[in-house]
Structure formats: structure tokens, C-alpha cells
Design a protein around this ligand. Sequence first.
Ligand code: TXA
Ligand code: MG
Length: 355
Amino acid sequence: MKTQVLTISSKNGTFTDRELKELQEAGEILKAGGLVAFPTETVYGLGGDALNPESSRKIYAAKGRPSDNPLIVHIYRIEDLEKVASDVTEDTRKLAEAFWPGPLTMILPKRPEIPGETTGGLDTVAVRMPSDPVAAKLIEYAGGFVAAPSANLSGKPSPTQAKYVIQDMDGRIDVIIDGGENQIGLESTIVDMTVNPPQVLRPGYITNEMIGNVLGLTVETDRAILAPDSGIAPKAPGMKYRHYAPKGALTVVEGSPEDVVAYINRAAKESRDSGEKVGIIATSENRDRHEADVILTAGIASDQNSIAHHLYSILREFDDENVTRIYSESFAKGHLSQAIMNRLLKAAGHSVVNA
Ligand code: TXA
Ligand code: MG
């Protein structure tokens, strides 16, 4: 299959005639059962018509993803929520009004019109209304309901730039829309609205505290996410896989900045002496204190937005450089620490040391 790449980078919601025409054509491709990768404010999505079981099957095939791992249905206006979910509670409405369009996905009981192929056979459905104007316009032109997982091959980091989508999906899908770098860089927060109180199944940019403040209660995260060694199965099926795995073995090093730098330098030297190509994920403030083959910085430690934004491209860059051993500083302090550490520790297969 020949994959067409379109460049549509409007971040302020205005489009040229050329861009609108191309978005409309991409929408028609989705309606006809084709696949289109598109930017969102979190990561790139791999879209198909959410109401067409054949489109969902094609998504799983293109990603090489197990078909018991359900997709997120993307909408472009709040009133369409009722067409996807069979029960929209007061709390659900409050969260939609507070955070949509934006990086929040809600798990709700599904309507019969949503095929089991889209929801991995579950009777619940994940729904999200993205804020990226390119995503919103594409969903509108596609008829309003676009199923989209992240646009990576299964097991790779979610793509945060079109070049990574091209790496993974060229020749496998109809269209890739290049909308530049995604603003946030980590996947949406998933909150399960079918339990009381609602529970976070995947941490993201919208924190438990932000959700709790809107609902006037305390929101907890699925225990399986916080204690990955507990043997409890995560409630979001996708969270059980060792996603985001770089080719090189990754170890996260915790402790005081002094101890972390000293530990990483010692371990990096040992690894290099034994023939490994070593990469380090560093904060900007410690960059010059490390020694390795490839040192990449995610931003200053206190700027969690920057760390979230850069994390996946760093993991991909190590793969491109064929790094075989990676050490990372820990990013466990700050408002996005739960989301960042969840992804980083998964990439590390939970290999953590205390310096
Ligand atoms: O930010 C995002 O959410 C991106 C962009 C493209 O919107 N999408 C994304 O999709 O990350 P994906 O497929 O990579 O992750 C969806 C997650 C999986 O862990 C899946 O198991 C979970 O959502 N999920 C979907 N439907 C569910 C359901 N009914 N119950 C529990 N978990 C569900
Ligand atoms: Mg994914």
C-alpha cells in the first residue's frame, strides 16, 4: 500500500482551503473504511471509522496489536457522547465540561451501535474529545466517530512526531497527517466512570487531583498501576503489556542528585568497558556531569511538561542510535510524576536502583 503524507499543522484552528480540502478527503477515506494517522494534543493516533468493525480489524493488523486491547473512540463535540455511551451520569458530564476538548478519556457503558471489534469485546467504551484542531476537523469530516489507538507499532513508544509515525506505519495505512510535534507527548489520562468513585486507569496530563477537584472527592489510581509487581491485572487491558520498550536495557536510578550522577557514571563506565553502547537520559542541569556515548536531555528537573514532551522521542532516538544500555535519572517529583514515571518504569521493565 502506498501511504500518502499530508502536512496540516494549523494549531490555532484556522485552515487554508488546501488544508480543508485535504482533511475532507482524509475524512472520506475514513468513511470508506481506510486508515488515517493524525496528530492530537497527546500523541499521534491511528484512526479508523469507530462504527465499522472492519476498520477496527485493520487497525489491529496495522499495529500488530492483540485484538483484546480496546480502542479509544474519538468524538469532536460533547453532544455526541450520548451516541457512544449508554449511561452518561452527572459526574461524567461535569468532567466532559471541565476537560473536553482535551487529554481525558472516560470509560463508560457502551451503546450497541459501537461494535465489539472496537472495544475488544468489552461492554464498556473509552471516549475522548481531543483539542487538536486538525484532529477535531478530521473527526467531523469522518462522520463523527473515529477509533484510534496510538499510531505506533505495538511495543514501540507512542509517536510524538510524524516522522515516527512514518517509521512505523509507512506502507501499512492510507494517509499520515503531519501536524508537527504533539504538545503534551504522553497519552491521555484514562478514568473509569463505571465505578464509584471513578478510578484512574492510566495516569496522564489531567491528574487525579484535577479530576477530584471537579467532582468534590478523592480519586485513586488503579492499584495494579502503582504496584506493578503485585500480580494484580490492570483494568485497562493495554496497561498490562510492556509497552514503550527501547531496544537497549533501561535502568532508572533514584536518589539524591549527587548519588544519581555518581552511580550512573560508574555504571555507564562499566557497561562501556564491557562493550555496550551506553545512553543516558539526563536533566539539563546534570547533562555535563555525565559521560556516555549518547546523552539526551529531557529538560530541567522542575519542568515536568518538558520531560513529558521529550520522553518518547528520546527513547526512539536511542533505538535509532542502536544504544544497547540506557541509564535514566528519575523524574519522581512534580505534578506529572505519576504519568512520566509510569511510562519510564514500563520502558525499563521496572528495573530501578537506588543510588
Ligand atoms: O492520548 C491518547 O489516549 C491516544 C490518542 C491517539 O488519543 N490514544 C491512545 O490509545 O493512547 P491506545 O490504544 O494506545 O491506548 C488506549 C488504552 C489502552 O490501554 C486500552 O486498554 C484502554 O485504553 N482502554 C480502551 N478501552 C477500554 C475499556 N473499555 N476499558 C478499559 N480500558 C480501555
Ligand atoms: Mg498505545
